[in-house]
Design a protein around this ligand. Structure first.
Ligand code: AKG
Ligand code: FE2
Length: 556
């Protein structure tokens, strides 16, 4: 603030009849005010009161960062032209050079936004470690008031900045011990994850430009995210490879903190002898596998009661095949045919897989779910002796594989918009049923022949195998010769127009049910009914008036 103005303000404050609340600072970005209040409250040991302010300050900081970043894409200014002279980008005058030069300036400008956001108005230097220190206060305050899950989310976010921070690692261990059983859904905050992955991705592009286009880039070295001197990182940029090789993999190298707590990378592409393949473990707890298996069973049971007998597999006459979509699950739950727990978990887990697949394979470009399918394959009793077939013949997920040449045609009837595939397994108590990858032209794999198989994966609860959906990843499933093998199959796409609409519908349906349940609970609260009816039978048909569908069972 200007000195003269500050003196004037001091004078006004001393005038009689002027209340402190008469002053409103229209210049200071609002997050600084809440930030200061939160620090004051923490100083007075008021963790509970400080928490909402700490959260608001962090959100505010991130929002200011966004608006600063957006300004970087404004029209080219004089300054841009001057820099161009200096660093030589675009000096050849070609169109591509000009585009690259422009993009490099946008990225450099965005990198400066962190410092800008961390600099108080009127000051010349940023608050050191602005974001990490907010996360540290957040996890400590949450822990103080007993919000262990949130404490863990915040300390995991802090560890993304400083993977080796002993204090944070110690705190994480303490919180986990206090919480008891591991919660696979707990990970770093999404907003921070997004911020870090994006920032690292942009730094990577800047280093690339520095190496290959001769531009200059001074890494501001902010907040533990400086890549200067990180040899592994620089080596990685010197090695040619697909651009979407992820920053997450870089993070992994420097720490064992993965994006979701409890998730570990079991095999990467190299270990799986291919490209863009990964096996990750620990995505589900045994209890969660149980809930999803029960959902598959209940849904199949509901189908059987309505005359549907679980059809023969489209791939082999020796197995039965049951598939459940998210929408069907939500509809069954809404009609009361099955409980809603499984349907809700199905949605939550599919989002978990999407986040992880995006972070691993495509951190700079959003991936959307295009289809989610809970599939169980069961051996048909007494038909297994002479089997020579596979549960799922060798194929690629987004193209038509030519058996002779190994070429893969990305055209209909293939689902050409699928970009990444994921299989999240729920059980291992069956015989056969391993997934395998092959050479592109090894289409003669049978139960007995293993020629051309490059890798195999044994299903088990919470194991995710994820891979790019193209001809580089031909795969199949060995025959399931005893028992029932259940998996959640998920396909991801970069194309927003192929986003799974049914997923959103399912989410809405389940939310409506939840809201109605809450309303019902509220309605019932005041009258202390001595003999409440069992849940599910309350209010049957009563809601017709309100235009909402009656909650009656479809069939019994
Ligand atoms: O269930 C599996 O392991 C693989 C299934 C598959 O490849 C597919 O459905 O496209
Ligand atoms: Fe497949």
């Amino acid at each position: 603030m200007h000195l003269q103005m500050r003196e004037d303000m001091a004078k006004y404050r001393r005038m009689s009849g002027v209340q402190p609340q008469s002053f409103r600072d229209l210049e200071t970005p609002p997050h600084w005010a809440v930030y200061d209040t939160s620090l004051e409250l923490l100083g007075r040991q008021e963790a509970g009161l400080a928490l909402p302010r700490l959260e608001e300050a962090l959100q505010g900081s991130l929002a200011q960062m966004e608006s600063c970043r957006a300004d970087c894409e404004g029209p080219e200014e004089q300054q841009g032209a001057e820099e161009e002279e200096e660093d030589g980008a675009g000096s050849q005058g070609g169109l591509y050079e000009a585009i690259a030069g422009h993009w490099v300036r946008v990225l450099q400008c965005r990198q400066r936004c962190v410092e800008e956001t961390a600099t108080r108005p009127g000051r010349s230097f940023p608050v050191p470690d602005f974001l990490p220190s907010q996360l540290r206060r957040l996890h400590e305050a949450h822990a103080q008031v007993g919000n262990l899950s949130q404490a863990i989310e915040n300390v995991l976010s802090l560890l993304l900045f400083y993977p080796e921070d002993e204090a944070a690692k110690g705190a994480l261990n303490r919180y986990q011990a206090q919480l008891g059983e591991p919660r696979p859904g707990l990970g770093p905050r999404e907003d921070i994850q997004r911020f870090i992955l994006r920032s690292l991705g942009e730094k990577r592009q800047l280093y690339y430009a520095m190496e290959h286009l001769g531009t200059s880039f001074k890494d501001p070295g902010f907040q533990g995210l400086s890549l200067v001197g990180d040899d592994a990182f620089l080596d990685y940029h010197r090695t040619p490879g697909p651009l979407q090789l992820s920053s997450l993999r870089h993070l992994e190298k420097s720490s064992d903190v993965l994006l979701l707590e409890g998730v570990t990378l079991t095999q990467d592409s190299r270990q799986l002898n291919g490209s863009e393949r990964a096996v990750l473990d620990g995505l589900l707890t045994p209890a969660e596998c149980g809930v999803l298996l029960q959902l598959a069973k209940d849904a199949a049971g509901a189908g059987a009661r309505s005359g549907y007998r679980g059809r023969r597999s489209p791939h082999t006459p020796h197995e039965r095949f049951e598939g459940l979509t998210v929408l069907k699950a939500a509809q069954l739950a809404r009609s009361g045919t099955i409980g809603s727990q499984g349907a809700k978990l199905l949605l939550e887990v599919s989002e978990r897989v999407r986040t992880l697949t995006q972070a691993y394979f495509s951190p700079e470009r959003p991936l959307h779910l295009s289809f989610t399918h809970l599939v169980c394959r069961s051996a048909i009793e007494g038909e297994q002796e002479q089997r020579m077939d596979l549960s799922h013949p060798v194929h690629a997920d987004n193209c038509v594989l030519d058996p002779d040449t190994g070429e893969c045609w990305r055209e209909p009837p293939a689902y050409t918009y699928r970009d990444y595939s994921g299989l999240l397994y729920l059980n291992d108590d069956f015989q056969g049923g391993d997934l395998f990858f092959t050479e592109p032209n090894a289409l003669t794999v049978t139960v007995r022949g293993v020629g051309g198989v490059t890798a195999r994966v044994r299903p088990r609860c919470g194991r995710l195998v994820a891979f790019s959906s193209g001809g580089e990843n031909p795969h199949g499933v060995w025959a399931v010769t005893r028992g029932r093998r259940c998996a959640l199959a998920l396909w991801h796409t970069w194309a927003p127009e192929h986003r799974e609409q049914e997923w959103l519908e399912a989410k809405e349906l389940l939310q409506q049910s939840e809201e109605e349940e809450e309303e019902e609970e509220e309605e019932e609260m005041p009258s202390k009914d001595p003999s409440p009816e069992p849940p599910g039978r309350r209010h049957q048909g009563v809601r017709d008036k309100a235009g909402k569908p009656p909650r009656v069972r479809e069939e019994l």
